[in-house]
Design a protein. Structure first.
Length: 250
């Protein structure tokens, strides 16, 4: 409730990055910086994103580890609290190199046969500590090409069809597939979605709020949004995030 007094040590707000704190793949703007500083004076705050820490720093600034109480990159597989690392997990150790190689080889072969998208660029598979990020257009595309692919994908289901092909090819590998952002999807072991980060915080807070834009089923915010350990909030962009925060905490 607006104006309700809260014990800062018992309330946590976790934020997705793209489409929540920032526009997709763009930097944080001053109104959001100001809001985070003001909110942090009232409650505990943290980020949880699928991208690696380098990309979070690019979007949220070099001081992100001290601007937020918690920073969870790669869904919390790389976890920081008060600027210090809590934990780090590895996809290659978990799956094993043979299985990982088979998955990557299939992805590369599948993408080689996709010929109906307008352009292809570079970095089609990005290997991260806890996931594979797969982009049929390639992560090296320009913002204009990124925007065009997003519209094309909505009409032609390039990413959705790719995910279904992976599920069919690897039914015995317990993987999850999460479509997020404009151009890619994530592949990770079951349970390594954004709920993974909750193990580091759920015993320390009475309320854990999560704010994200991809909260629909299949979106990369869905699992943590729907989790019984969180209070989920769907936002439409940074301005809407600020609006909802003012209603909830001020």
């Amino acid at each position: 409730m607006a104006g309700e007094k809260r014990d800062r040590s018992k309330v946590l707000a976790l934020f997705d990055v793209d489409g929540t704190l920032t526009e997709a793949r763009k930097g944080i703007q001053q109104p959001m910086i100001d809001m985070m500083k003001e909110l942090r004076s009232k409650i505990t705050i943290g980020t949880v994103g699928g991208s690696d820490l380098v990309k979070q720093i690019e979007q949220l600034g070099k001081t992100v580890l001290t601007d937020f109480d918690y920073c969870f990159s790669e869904n919390g597989l790389v976890a920081y609290k008060n600027g210090e690392m809590l934990a780090k997990q590895s996809l290659s150790k978990y799956l094993g190199e043979d299985t990982l190689k088979k998955i990557i080889n299939f992805m590369l072969g599948y993408m080689a046969k996709i010929d109906n998208i307008p352009v292809k660029r570079g970095t089609f598979i990005e290997f991260r500590n806890g996931m594979l990020n797969v982009s049929p257009i390639g992560r090296n595309c320009s913002q204009e090409e990124r925007d065009a692919f997003e519209k094309f994908d909505l009409e032609h289901n390039i990413r959705k069809d790719f995910v279904e092909a992976l599920k069919k090819e690897f039914p015995d590998v317990d993987l999850c597939y999460s479509i997020g952002g404009q151009i890619s999807f994530d592949v990770f072991p079951r349970g390594w979605d954004k709920t993974y980060c909750l193990q580091f915080v759920k015993d320390d807070f009475d309320e854990i709020h999560f704010f994200g834009d991809k909260t629909f089923e299949g979106g990369n915010d869905y699992e943590i949004y729907a989790c019984p350990d969180t209070i989920g909030h769907t936002v439409t962009g940074p301005e809407d995030t600020i609006r909802q925060l003012k209603e909830l905490f001020f």
